[in-house]
Design a binder for this molecule. Structure first.
Ligand code: SF4
Length: 471
């Protein structure tokens, strides 16, 4: 929302940030303004680019945040519009997916430059160079990639500042937190760490951070939460790739938040090995208002988990289900059921497991349709360079093509994809969608489902956000 500062020289655009008011806009906005720049931001997830034509025409530099695959697709569409409105402006894509796809973005002239990793201070350097006309494509500021100069991701620790949220779209434009009674509440988000200390092979964070992570100081995190609570937020999502990379820091942040705002609930994402290792923290998390936890379960096939280097097994998953039940914190697994290695039997095993462990309502239906993305620079390429299933880079879709050795898995993926989209469009209950998914999967395997059809459950749906979680 660009009120207050009209016709900026630096314009930041966010495309999609999982239904949250975008941290990736608010944080660099603060850095740019502290440096004296006339900067403002728009969020295309909730605003229309057509309402900002004059802002785009005035901008010397347009920065497009693309921290996930979906955002990148939207960012490219935005770039075409920006170029048409203002052919002279410098367009920079920033965020992990900008770094992975820099070559394509610059060659196709969607971007003049890209920045990945810890982007804030490099954005300021770029803005200074563009605004004072000293930018040179062959010798750009450190950390900036162009068609003529390739930079590594920025992995220096940033002196973090409190994000500038005041001029962003109102918090009520975003996804809500739905509590276990079905009541909706305004929801905010923040980050206590950046990057990740693990190196799961399919994860884009690995390709950028290579096992490094950075801690955002507690006072910055709490100030960001305070600003959002001031806007009416009742729930905070900690959007760190893994909240428990720094368990002591996470514990202190939660304690400080709970002490100042005892009524605020929160959620976080943590890998399964972390939930096993830090089980002792969960009762404190629950007491401090933890409403749910997300973990990347991916699949039950231990061989596939090994290929992905996830660091957990099916036995660990079963153990975590018990731990989370004991802690009385709803657990929301995310999935990656369609990979070149997972079989149709694995898919049926997953469905049985979800049903038998009473997880149907804990998993957004879209999770059953998720297919492996292999972006340029993925660690998987190194390990599977000669695999028969691996195809060429589909640069325009930001992923390498791959096809499953079993054609039935390709057909099933198409069918599940359609079914999930239909259920989203028609707002169909999770249980009914799960039944449809089961029928499709068993039909594909030419097997009879060994159960009766699930009907909608009367017990409460576990707490969650109104936005499905996927990248
Ligand atoms: S733990 Fe999560 S964020 Fe970290 S590398 Fe693995 S998948 Fe990525």
């Amino acid at each position: 929302m660009c009120f207050g500062i009209n016709f900026p020289e630096v314009l930041l655009i966010s495309c999609y940030e999982l239904g949250h008011q975008p941290f990736s806009l608010a944080s660099p906005l603060r850095f740019l303004r502290n440096d004296g720049m006339n900067a403002s931001g728009i969020d295309l997830a909730v605003e229309n680019i057509n309402d900002y034509e004059e802002h785009i025409k005035s901008a010397r530099l347009v920065l497009v945040s693309v921290r996930m695959h979906n955002a990148l697709r939207l960012g490219v569409a935005a770039s075409k519009r920006i170029r048409a409105l203002n052919p002279q402006t410098h367009i920079c894509f920033y965020g992990d997916y900008a770094g992975l796809n820099s070559d394509y973005l610059c060659k196709e002239q969607y971007a003049d430059s890209t920045i990945s990793g810890e982007f804030e201070t490099t954005i300021v350097e770029l803005a200074r160079a563009v605004v004072d006309d000293s930018f040179q494509s062959n010798v750009p500021p450190l950390g900036v990639s162009t068609l003529h100069s390739v930079a590594k991701p920025v992995l220096q620790r940033t002196s973090f500042l409190v994000p500038a949220r005041a001029d962003l779209p109102n918090i009520d434009s975003y996804a809500r937190f739905r509590d276990d009674k079905g009541q909706l509440h305004l929801a905010g988000s923040t980050e206590t760490t950046r990057g990740c200390k693990y190196v799961c092979r399919h994860c884009p964070v690995t390709s950028i951070y290579h096992g490094k992570f950075f801690v955002v100081p507690e006072d910055i995190v709490i100030a960001d939460i305070r600003n959002q609570v001031g806007q009416g937020v009742r729930h905070i999502s900690f959007s760190d790739p893994d909240f428990l990379n720094g368990p002591g820091h996470a514990h202190r942040v939660v304690a400080a938040m709970h002490s100042e705002f005892p009524g605020i609930t929160f959620d976080f994402t943590a890998r399964i090995p972390h939930l096993l290792r830090y089980e002792h923290l969960l009762s404190d998390m629950k007491s401090a208002g933890c409403a749910f936890v997300i973990s990347a379960m991916e699949t039950l096939n231990d061989d596939v988990l090994e290929v992905l280097d996830k660091g957990h097994t099916k036995a660990d998953i079963i153990q975590v289900i018990g731990i989370m039940k004991k802690a009385q914190i709803p657990w929301r697994p995310s999935l990656l059921p369609f990979t070149p290695w997972a079989t149709l039997d694995d898919y049926l095993d997953l469905l049985n497991f979800v049903r038998n462990h009473d997880l149907v309502q804990n998993i957004d239906p879209v999770q059953f349709s998720l297919r492996l993305l292999i972006p340029p620079g993925s660690e998987l390429l190194e390990h599977n360079a000669n695999a028969k299933w691996l195809g060429d880079l589909d640069a325009a879709n930001f992923t390498y093509k791959w096809s499953h050795p079993d054609i039935r898995m390709e057909q099933l993926w198409s069918q599940i994809n359609r079914a999930v989209r239909k259920s989203q469009n028609e707002d169909i209950d999770h249980s009914k969608t799960f039944s449809v998914i089961e029928e499709l999967a068993y039909a594909m395997a030419s097997k009879t489902p060994p159960f009766t059809r699930i009907v909608s459950q009367k017990r409460p749906i576990p707490a969650g956000l109104t936005e499905s979680w996927f990248c």
